[in-house]
Design a protein around this ligand. Structure first.
Ligand SMILES: [Ca+2]
Length: 200
């Protein structure tokens, strides 16, 4: 039991892992926390033009677009739940670079055509996240500020445990308790049997 409790604690710690830092975190993700999200186009440092969109994977479809990196100051409000996003789900934003016809996504590099991470998340505090994208195949100069956007509202860089997983953990705990009680009862039963055997 000690082992499984420790395992559960490690699991909880991993699920609640926060990447809250003062510096941009390459390959970090944003998760949906419900309601509207707000996206503002920040000043870019690239000459290329890209469109920022929110995607659903498997198959990949764009469910909302938030302007190009040159629409500085443009603010778009969108409710991801209208596109099927659920609480706790990773929000997969990506830039479609018009000049090269490549799309690069936030998060893990395996999603991208060159297998590299292309976005860095900067936790600004107050539930505001600045995300900078690198727009060149193979990572370019890796400064991750070619296309920059500010995300706020129903977003977080903390991965939240979905309710079903929390319930599963509780269920495992209850089963664990049940098993240890069962063991105690078996032990008592054996003890009684021995007693009665001795009486005979
Ligand atoms: Ca760059």
């Amino acid at each position: 039991m000690k082992g499984s409790i420790l395992g559960a604690l490690i699991l909880i710690a991993a699920l609640y892992h926060s990447n809250s830092q003062a510096i941009p975190v390459l390959g970090d993700s944003l998760y949906y926390t419900g309601g509207d999200i707000s996206v503002e186009v920040l000043v870019p440092s690239a000459s290329y033009t890209s469109t920022l969109s929110l995607y659903l994977f498997g198959p990949t479809t764009s469910v909302a677009s938030f302007g190009t990196n040159h629409d500085v100051g443009l603010i778009t409000v969108f409710d991801p739940s209208t596109a099927g996003y659920t609480h706790g789900q990773e929000l997969i934003f990506g830039i479609y670079v018009q000049n090269t016809d490549y799309t690069y996504y936030m998060g893990d590099g395996s999603r991208n055509p060159d297998g590299l991470m292309h976005a860095a998340v900067d936790d600004m505090g107050g539930n505001v996240y600045h995300v900078g994208f690198e727009d060149l195949f193979n990572g370019g100069d890796k400064d991750y500020d070619d296309h920059r956007f500010a995300f706020s509202g129903g977003v977080s860089n903390i991965s939240i445990v979905p309710e079903s997983s929390t319930l599963a953990l509780f269920a495992l705990g209850i089963i664990g308790l049940g098993l240890s009680r069962h063991r105690v009862h078996l032990h008592d039963h054996d003890h009684d049997k021995n007693k009665s055997h001795n009486l005979n």
